[in-house]
Each structure stands twice: as C-alpha cells, then as structure tokens.
Design a binder for this molecule. Structure first.
Ligand code: NAI
Length: 506
C-alpha cells in the first residue's frame, strides 16, 4: 500500500496516541509506539489489537486486513529506536516545556527530513517549534477524541512551517480516510475556536435567569436542530475539560469579550459538579440517565382574546398566516383594541423596549421569536416582559400550542435564546474568516464533523439570513451595551448587502 509516510512513530500512547496509531496502520504505515511509562506502549498495542478483532467480528474488516494491520504495529523500547521514522506524531501531556524538551531530544535522533507533528489542542505550534533546529519540518496534526470516529483532522501551520509539510500531512490524513482541514496557528485552531459561541452564550442566558438549563437545551435542539443542548453537551464533555478550554482561548486572545467564560462553570467546576461522569452536572444522573425536569403544562384558556400583531414584527406575513391557521381572531386596526393580546416579534431587541418604543400596553404584550421559519422548527418560543399579565401570557401559550407544537415561555431578553446563540456562533465564525484562520469551506467542514452541528456556522447564518443576524447583533449591542455582540466586519459587510456568507470573493 502506497502511503505518504512509510514509518510513523507515535509518542504518548494514551487515548489519543492509540487512536492515531490505528489510523496510521490502516493507512499503510509501519507504526512504532513509544511511551515513557513502562508497559504503556505494550498495553496500547494489546488494546489496539482487541479493537481490530472487534471490527473483524462486526464484519468491518476481513481476516487479511486484521493480520496486515497488526503486523505493522511494534513497540519501541527507547526514543533512539525512532531514528528511522519518516514521521513522528506526539500525543503526550499538554505541557509546553515537556513537549519542547521531547522534540529537542528527538531532533538529535531522527534524520533531517523526518516530519515532526504534535497533536496538541491548546498550545501554539510556533511556540513548540521555537527551539527546534529545523522548525520548518514541524506542524500541528490535531485529531479529535475518539480518533477513529471523529473524521476531521486539523493540519496546523506554525509561522515557520514549510507548506510542503502541510501538504504531505494533508495527503496522509486522506489516506487514513479522514477529512483534513487547514488551520493557521491561532488559539483553539478551528474547532475549539468556532465552538466558543454555543456554550458561552447559553451560559450567559442562564446567568441572566432568562430560562433554566433544560428549557435552553430544549429550545436549541428543537428550533435549530442541535443534537445535544449546550448543557447536555457540557455535562458529557465535563467541565474539568471544557472550562479550561474556555479560559485558555479567552486569555490567549487577551480577554476578547466574545470568548468570555462564565462564572457559572467556574463555580460548578470548583464544586465538583462537572458532569455526567460524576453523576451531577447541570443535570443530575441516576444510573447514567439525566433527570430532566418536566415541561410546564399548556395552560387551559376558556376565552381566547383577539390578537393584534405589531406592524414591525419580523416575518410578519408568516406570523399572520400562522395565527390564521391556529384559528386566532386577528385584529386589523392601526392599534390593538383594549382587550387584544398584543404580539411583537423583535430581532435582537427585548419585548420591554419594543413595547415602550411602539407605545404598546406592556401588560398585554408578549414576544415571539420569528428568526427561524416556523415550518422548520419543532418549538415556538414566547417571551414576557416584567409587566405582562398572566392571563395574556397563558393565552399566548395556549394559542401557539393549538396545533400540538411545543411552546416555551421565557423571561425577557434582548434576542431570545435562539437569536442570541445563533448570532453569536455566526459572528465568531465570521470573525475567524476575517482573521483568515481558515477558508470558509474548511470552517464549515470542521464544525460539522468536529462539533456535530446540524450545519456549518456560515450556512446557519445563511439559513436565518445574514442581514437578520446583523440586525440581531446591532440591537443586542444596544440593549446590553456589551462589546461581545459587536459584529465582525466580515459579517457586517456581507450582512449589509445581503450577500451569502459562503460567497467566494473574486
Ligand atoms: P493521555 O493522558 O491519555 O495519554 C498521554 C500519554 O503520554 C500517557 O500514556 C503518558 O504516559 C505519555 N507521556 C507523558 N509524557 C510523556 C513523555 N515525556 N514521553 C513519552 N510519553 C509521555 O492523554 P491524551 O488524552 O491521549 O492526550 C494526549 C495529547 O493529545 C495532549 O497533548 C492533548 O492535549 C491532545 N489531545 C487530546 C484530546 C482528548 O480529547 N483527550 C483531543 C485532542 C488532542
């Protein structure tokens, strides 16, 4: 089998090193395993063999492949045994000094044309390469956990990396059957940078007591199509892993407000409530099953008031059609009658501000999130303002639940849950394009494969409309006065002229 690297050494045979070794052997390389813990590489080899045996049982590989793969993997007793390798991939502890010391020792052993790579997820490739005699042969090769299942690999060029080295590594990733993406050496590379929006904005919403964890999870799964809600996801990843990543990216960008972590995760981490693995995270787990609080029941409303819709509502025509289909009595006057339920559908603004600006009676005003096309969602989200009467809130809840679709009622917030989270994700992605961290196409692939989002962040922006995303951000900046909602110039330009975020500039 023809492969870019005939012999690949893996240093550090923990969870990651083992997975990388599997992919390298399957790509056709001779693989040498090395670990500084006695017996660790032998154990990794045994585990790897068991893994292939399991795949054989499942019919995912044949006897011949199993034999060949196994014949390619050997253990090295000392670093000196790695002298003949064409590629060395390091997957040891995440400590800069330990990694630089290892590569300095390695450069004394391997030949000058051996390619060196690190699987680091948070250290700078340029910094690891700084003390190398030949830094141009060094690059990042960032796999995700579990390696065989996570199909994306970031190939990271440091300031001194030879582009030919990245090309070779990119080809090699393809030979492994994975998808390579090219990233500039910046904090978090692509996936861990693009992933900053989802959890941090959800934490901010929870921190403002707009809705509880379970409601925020339900809204984002049902309205946007995320497989896991942000709190379910953080419980699965565990806060001892995810909170330090949030802090690291934020600090490395010199306290950029867009990446600001939350005191909620800091406190929960300190308290040991880190997630599913300890039985208590944002949810409590009984025998591994999350105990999710039940949804509030749909209120019984005997007399439904007539409904008046603000002339400035987002997707107004669609909202009116929806109300008609739900059998609402729709008012058509210039202003609401004294008994009307008054509906507003702001983008980025809160219901309170809209009621004041449009001179509506706040006691009868309820907001609905119309950012997404109602036909594409499994849930509707309503927001009250502090003065909303309970009969008006209940009437709106019952009305929008008439066709059986789920309804959540949240407290007032600039931009509802979905608007805030989607706009934040799109804005961070747009800023990554502005910084030229990667191509828009690689960004989309990396996020879909690395984070499992239902669509890439730029496609998500297109789905709801780039101009709408921009409007949400501008208005949220006004409501919150917080620079974290400042639109990236990349998004501002495209949003202003309504251009697709996937449009390739001439
Ligand atoms: P791990 O703790 O499971 O394995 C690390 C292995 O390296 C251990 O077997 C240890 O004995 C060995 N080791 C430590 N120092 C060594 C040295 N100086 N020389 C030789 N062997 C040494 O760690 P894991 O999770 O496999 O991570 C390894 C690397 O991969 C880290 O840099 C981490 O940031 C990165 N990474 C981890 C991901 C994850 O989800 N676990 C995802 C992507 C990257």
């Amino acid at each position: 089998m023809q492969t870019s690297f005939q012999t690949t050494a893996i240093i550090g045979t923990g969870a990651m090193g083992r997975g990388i070794a599997q992919m390298a052997a399957q790509a056709g390389s001779q693989v040498l395993l090395f670990d500084n813990q006695p017996g660790a590489s032998e154990k990794a080899r045994t585990d790897l063999f068991a893994q292939w045996d399991k795949l054989l049982e499942k019919g995912r590989l044949d006897e011949d492949q199993n034999r060949q793969y196994k014949s390619r993997v050997t253990c090295a007793n000392a670093l000196a045994d790695l002298s003949g390798c064409a590629l060395v991939v390091e997957a040891i502890v995440e400590k800069l000094e330990v990694k630089t010391a290892l590569f300095a020792a390695l450069e004394e052993i391997v030949s000058d044309d051996t390619v060196l790579a690190s699987n680091t997820s948070s250290l700078s490739i340029t910094a690891i390469a700084a003390r190398l005699r030949l830094p141009q042969r060094f690059a990042g090769l960032h796999f995700f956990n579990p390696v065989p299942l996570m199909k994306v690999v970031e190939v990271v060029a440091g300031l001194r990396t030879d582009p030919a080295v990245c090309t070779q590594l990119t080809d090699y990733v393809r030979e492994m059957g994975h998808t390579p993406v090219q990233a500039a050496d910046t904090p978090g590379f692509i996936v861990n940078h693009a992933g900053r929006g989802y959890g941090t904005e959800a934490l901010r919403i929870a921190g403002e007591n707009i809705a509880d964890f379970a409601t925020i999870d339900r809204i984002l799964k049902d309205q946007v199509g995320f497989k896991l809600g942000p709190f379910e996801l953080m419980d699965l990843t565990a806060l001892d892993v995810s909170h330090p990543v949030m802090e690291s990216v934020y600090r490395q960008y010199y306290d950029e407000p867009r990446y600001r972590p939350s005191v909620i995760t800091a406190q929960r981490l300190a308290g040991g409530m880190v997630g599913k693995k300890v039985g208590q995270g944002f949810y409590r787990y009984d025998n591994g099953t999350a105990q999710v609080p039940a949804e509030p029941a749909t209120p019984q409303v005997d007399e439904m008031p007539p409904v008046w819709v603000s002339t400035r509502a987002a997707r107004r025509a669609e909202l009116l059609l929806l109300l008609k289909n739900l059998g609402a009595q729709i008012e058509t006057g210039q202003s609401p009658s004294p008994t009307a339920l008054t509906l507003v559908a702001p983008l980025g603004f809160d219901v309170t501000t809209v009621a004041v600006v449009e001179r509506l009676d706040p006691a009868r005003t309820v907001g609905i999130d119309m950012l997404m096309d109602d036909a594409t969602t499994r849930r509707r989200v309503l927001a009250t303002n502090p003065a909303t009467r309970s009969d008006m809130r209940d009437a709106a809840h019952a009305l929008f639940a008439r066709d059986g679709k789920a309804v959540s009622v949240i407290r007032d917030s600039g931009g509802f849950v979905t608007q805030r989270v989607v706009a934040t994700i799109v804005n961070i992605a747009a800023d990554m394009c502005q910084q030229a961290i990667c191509s828009p196409a690689d960004l989309e692939i990396a996020v879909r494969l690395g984070l499992g989002y239902p669509m890439g962040p730029l496609a998500m922006g297109n789905h709801v409309g780039p101009t709408n995303v921009l409007e949400v951000l501008f208005n949220m900046q006004t409501v919150y006065g917080d620079p974290r909602y400042r639109p990236s110039p990349w998004l501002r330009r495209r949003g202003a002229i309504g251009l697709s975020l996937l449009h390739v500039e001439a």
